[in-house]
Design a protein around this ligand. Structure first.
Ligand SMILES: [Zn+2]
Length: 391
């Protein structure tokens, strides 16, 4: 696209096109009305720009999921492709998408975090190579690889902090080693922040400026979204929701403090509350949730009590952060309203009325894919590929 002297009509128009593309890239997909709100441009200007971008195949316009007349605008594959990788304790999951989060291919392979980092790097490189081959994608089309790791990350070394769930990774310069292994630029993100970013970019919280994502699983963690961005904290430790003290004389937590929320609602504690049915079959969170959905009173009680404890801690966050949404993820969130209702009840009692009336409490839309989609979103939201198309 031709450049011109600043202040001229064409320079202004180009700046407006960039604003529209950046808004769409950040949100994943927007209706034209949402683009108007995000950019401050007039409806007529947005409509003209979207029409021209669609003609040039830079954006794709599709009907929205709600089925109303509004249409959703997202970036096309002409803007490039991105890869997301989730490295967990048990698996490596990978996905290739275009800049509008349309999935080309997705794969999940086993991994044991007790093995050496070298083996982990080889697994990631093998998965990325396999995805590229199967999707018939050339490496030059890929803007980068976002990798989610069980965090937190050390902002100084760029690697995993010691004391995390992957015992052999601390001390490894992960960004450098992974970039070398996959032969592409790599962006790291902690798994909990990736899950929040996934819901923000293409899940339950599209375009939410203020959001708290809470994951209820074996551990209890949260991610804070402030002004549309995940907030890492001054040393990468923001969101340690599970270590909010809720009972000063309670059980000693794995962090060394007493009565943390995680000692009340962490997976192992919840499962200990249930009577053992069989010595051969250890209880699981998924089993607990299914029993509650099937109407088992004890399981419903365990999940209801967990919801009330989470609500107590979440109310503190609501009073401080005034979020628009609280999004629940992790195995326990599969309980749906059995968990959400008690959280809402406590929030309405313990949060300032205006803040409680505003906040929406809901489950994530992406389930266990939130992390890999969030890893991918680090590339989509960070890339300057869109801007280079205008040069
Ligand atoms: Zn703790």
């Amino acid at each position: 696209m031709a450049t011109d002297t600043p202040g001229s009509q064409s320079a202004l128009r180009e700046a407006n096109v960039r604003r529209v593309l950046r808004a769409v890239r950040t949100a994943g997909a927007l209706t034209q009305a949402e683009i108007v709100r995000a950019t401050g441009l007039s409806a007529a200007t947005v409509s003209t720009i979207v029409r021209e971008l669609q003609k040039g195949a830079l954006v794709v316009v599709t009907p929205t999921a709600t089925g109303r007349r509004a249409q959703s605008v997202s970036l096309s594959s002409l803007s490039g492709l991105a890869i997301g990788v989730e490295l967990s304790q048990e698996h490596v999951r990978g996905v290739i998408c275009d800049m509008g989060y349309r999935v080309l291919i997705e794969e999940n392979i086993k991994y044991d975090s007790a093995q050496s980092p070298e083996r982990g790097l080889r697994r990631v490189a093998w998965l990325v190579g396999t995805l590229l081959r199967q999707a018939r994608v050339d490496r030059s089309q890929v803007r980068g690889v976002g990798v989610s790791v069980p965090g937190p990350l050390d902002p100084v070394t760029g690697g995993v902090r010691s004391g995390t769930l992957v015992p052999h990774w601390p001390g490894v310069d992960l960004t450098k080693e992974l970039s070398r292994s996959v032969d592409l630029p790599v962006q790291l993100i902690t798994d909990i922040n990736a899950a929040a970013l996934g819901e923000l970019a293409c899940g339950a919280s599209r375009s939410a400026a203020e959001m708290v994502y809470i994951r209820l699983s074996t551990n209890v963690e949260a991610a804070l979204v402030i002004k549309g961005e995940v907030y890492p904290g001054s040393s990468g430790l923001a969101g340690q929701f599970g270590h909010i003290t809720v009972d000063e004389s309670g059980q000693v937590c794995r962090c060394g403090n007493r009565g943390c929320l995680e000692t009340l609602v962490g997976g192992p504690h919840l499962l200990d509350l249930l009577p053992r049915r069989s010595a051969d079959e250890p209880p699981t969170l998924r089993g607990l949730v299914q029993d509650a959905i099937d109407g088992d009173r004890g399981s419903c009680r365990v999940i209801g009590d967990a919801g009330r404890a989470v609500g107590t801690a979440a109310a503190m966050l609501c009073n401080v952060l005034n979020p628009r949404q609280i999004v629940l993820g992790g195995e326990l969130a599969q309980a749906g309203e059995l968990l959400l209702d008690p959280i809402r009840q406590v929030l309405s009692r313990r949060t300032l009325r205006a803040a409680a009336e505003l906040v929406e409490v809901r489950c994530g839309a992406l389930g266990d894919r939130a992390g890999v989609m969030g890893a991918l979103a680090t590339v989509v939201r960070g890339t300057d590929g869109v801007d280079s198309l205008l040069a």
